[in-house]
Design a protein around this ligand. Structure first.
Ligand SMILES: [Zn+2]
Length: 93
């Protein structure tokens, strides 16, 4: 990673740590390019990697048919950080 990218990452993490509301966090994540408007992750907030993969899938359940995807995590394959969680049709921060 280039030094300028590392400095940006540290600055972003500093700003994100000091947000007081989920709305402020959302605005910063969107502004810095970590998420799309629907909260789907674009890159890892810990290491800046864009190597993200769907993991920890859960299928079916109480009143959901077998084989229907209900939930999964979007995980950074470079550092293991869970960058987002999708459940029942939407992303959570
Ligand atoms: Zn990462």
């Amino acid at each position: 990673m280039k030094i300028i990218d590392l400095l940006k990452l540290k600055y972003h993490n500093f700003r994100l740590r000091h947000t007081k509301t989920i709305e402020q966090e959302y605005i910063l994540l969107l502004k810095y390019g970590y998420i799309e408007k629907d909260c789907s992750p674009i890159k890892c907030t810990k290491c800046g990697s864009t190597n993200l993969e769907d993991m920890h899938e859960e299928y079916g359940g109480y009143n959901i048919p077998d084989g229907v995807l209900c939930e999964f995590d979007e995980v950074c394959t470079d550092c293991g950080n869970v960058c987002g969680h999708w459940a029942y049709g939407g992303w959570n921060l």
